[in-house]
Ligand binder design. Structure first.
Ligand code: ADP
Ligand code: MG
Length: 346
């Protein structure tokens, strides 16, 4: 079976090119610091401006390592590992993990279960946790599905209990949640301009140091390059798609790591990628995964009944859909004019 790695690295390169500041004003805000690191299974790159930029990025790097230590599925000391190996016993967790898990349960409820943090055993059955890919048969999936379902999690006063056979993972939301924590940390320490790239999950603080919006390239996972450029200020911009981690069978059929919780199989909704733009990284991360599961119609309906985020959807038929809140901030690349672009209205 053929495998492909992550596209995130490409995205990072593109972003750096697009986000370079003009460096024209000799003010404090033009003082730039940059840190590259590997955490949460991905390459991250943080850029910040201002007198305290360097100091704060060093603290941010320590924070991300701490959060990884809490939420890693494989680190034996992490909260998530302890929960997954609790054999049905209650486990005490700290406030950050409690807030994160509580957020995932809320979101699972709001999305009718299209988001579900209890799919880890099924991801393992497909080999997505080890890269030893295989296609589980329907019987195996049916058995595994019996032990999934966010409604079987009990979370109360810093204590969590899940059934003995259940395992949870924060893969769809942890990086976004971490981005929020870092953004809050930087903002409360006088950083007014920063771009945090957590493996393609982008969290922007304020504007570029010269006061203009950040210019983010939105990756085209099919043709390569960028679909277009999005201008944002103080927003998270997070993309999910089946192209990020997948394998192919002998007939060239692709299987990817975003699963439909109702079948335990890779979600095939007709979408190639979903980009979510909003105030909170946690929401953008969780929703980019979930709206990919839902597909165009359901995602549009979800947007209409919430409208506290915006999105860009790319379909398998070369259509680009963008919600009206960001339609004016997005410019389609001339090299991608084979795509039809439609605005999703209220
Ligand atoms: P990435 O982290 O690769 O950028 P995502 O944010 O889309 O991509 O998260 C994908 C991960 O989310 C999977 O590897 C898996 O751990 C988890 N996951 C897959 N399907 C779902 C789902 N329906 N609901 C919640 N989490 C999911
Ligand atoms: Mg996600």
């Amino acid at each position: 079976m053929k495998t492909k790695g992550h596209f995130s690295f490409l995205l990072i390169l593109t972003l750096l090119l697009l986000s370079g500041c003009s460096n024209s004003s000799p003010t404090n805000d033009a003082i730039q610091a940059q840190t590259n690191l590997f955490a949460m299974d991905t390459y991250m790159s943080f850029t910040a401006y201002g007198a305290r930029a360097e100091e704060m990025l060093a603290i941010a790097s320590e924070r991300i390592a701490e959060l990884e230590g809490l939420w890693s599925v494989t680190n034996e000391n992490s909260d998530i590992y302890k929960i997954n190996h609790s054999a049905g016993a209650p486990i005490e967790i700290g406030p950050e993990t409690e807030a994160l898990i509580s957020y995932t349960i809320d979101l699972a409820e709001k999305t009718g279960g299209a988001f579900d943090p209890t799919l880890y055993p099924i991801l393992t059955a497909w080999g997505f946790t080890t890269s030893h890919y295989q296609i589980p048969d329907d019987g195996t999936l049916e058995l595994l599905l019996e032990n999934t379902g966010y409604d079987k999690i009990t979370l109360l006063d810093g204590e969590i209990t899940i059934p003995a056979q259940m395992q949870i993972d924060m893969g769809a939301v942890g990086k976004g949640y971490a981005g929020d924590i870092l953004a809050d940390l930087l903002k409360s320490n006088q950083i007014k301009s920063a771009l945090l790239d957590l493996g393609g999950n982008i969290q922007t603080i304020g504007t570029r140091p010269d006061g203009t919006p950040w210019r983010l390239g939105i990756l085209d996972p099919v043709e390569g390059g960028n679909l277009g450029v999005l201008l944002v200020e103080d927003k998270a911009v997070i993309t999910s798609g089946g192209y990020e981690r997948f394998f192919e069978d002998d007939d060239g059929v692709r299987y990817w790591h975003i699963l439909d919780p109702s079948t335990g199989k890779p979600a095939r909704s007709g979408l190639v990628s979903v980009t979510v733009v909003g105030n909170e990284g946690r929401q953008c991360d969780a929703l980019s995964t979930t709206l990919f599961v839902m597909g165009l119609d359901e995602a549009s309906a979800f947007w209409r009944s919430n409208r506290n985020f915006d999105m860009i959807l790319l379909t398998e038929n070369d259509e680009l859909f963008i919600t009206e809140g960001i339609a004016d901030s997005f410019t389609l690349n001339a090299s991608h004019d084979h795509l039809t672009m439609q605005v999703i209205q209220r």
